[in-house]
Write a protein that binds this ligand. Structure first.
Ligand code: 5GP
Length: 185
């Protein structure tokens, strides 16, 4: 299993979308969230959008591999069923998680490869503002959180600098390639 983590605005989603067609064994494990769907996002492709009650019920049923409460009290989590479906089909799940969830998964599941994607702070801020999907308050909250997350980079197996998408993608492909040929962990 591959876990991609890093601060908001680092471009994790963009990198993963570019990675999947390059390595056919990989499949994105779609997370569940209680946050509202953004324009351009689709149910089942970007997230499974759940009500607070449904999310809480699934937590109580033990359906999540990990789950967290993030900016503005919204909940996010990885459904065990989603990961099991992908591995059951003989494919490798790719998870996109913030750092707390990534550390939890790495602790619980031996053999997981964690990649921390990062970008210069000014770039993180620019991308968050350009995305313009969050309110000014939320952008500030995500940037504050990013400060703490940047200091955690050394806790992960690999760090990819995403200041240049093509180079970052090549780095990621090399990491994934060395991983599933059993080389570098
Ligand atoms: P966004 O609201 O921008 O889609 O996601 C906010 C943050 O939550 C991102 O850093 C994203 O990687 C993270 N995230 C998305 N799904 C999950 C999940 O299932 N678990 C955890 N721990 N983080 C997630």
């Amino acid at each position: 299993m591959i876990v991609i983590t890093g601060p908001s605005g680092a471009g994790k989603g963009t990198l993963i979308r570019a990675l999947l067609p390059r390595v056919h064994e990989l499949e994105l494990a779609v997370s569940a969230t209680t946050r509202l769907r953004r324009d351009g996002e689709a149910e089942g492709r970007d997230y499974y959008y759940l009500s607070d009650a449904d999310f809480a019920r699934r937590v109580a049923n033990g359906e999540f591999l990990e789950h967290i409460t993030y900016v503005s009290g919204q909940r996010y989590g990885t459904l065990r069923g989603e990961v099991d479906r992908i591995t059951g089909e003989g494919r490798i799940p790719v998870l996109e998680l913030e750092t707390e969830g990534a550390l939890k998964v790495a602790e619980e599941l031996p053999g997981v490869v964690t990649v921390f994607v990062t970008a210069p702070r000014a770039e993180l801020e620019r991308r968050l503002r350009e995305r313009a999907t969050e309110s000014a308050g939320e952008i500030g909250e995500r940037l504050d959180l990013a400060e703490g997350q940047l200091s955690q980079a050394s806790l992960f197996d690999h760090v990819v600098q995403n200041d240049d998408l093509e180079r970052a993608l090549d780095d990621l492909v090399a990491i994934v390639g060395s991983t599933h040929t059993g080389g570098d962990r």
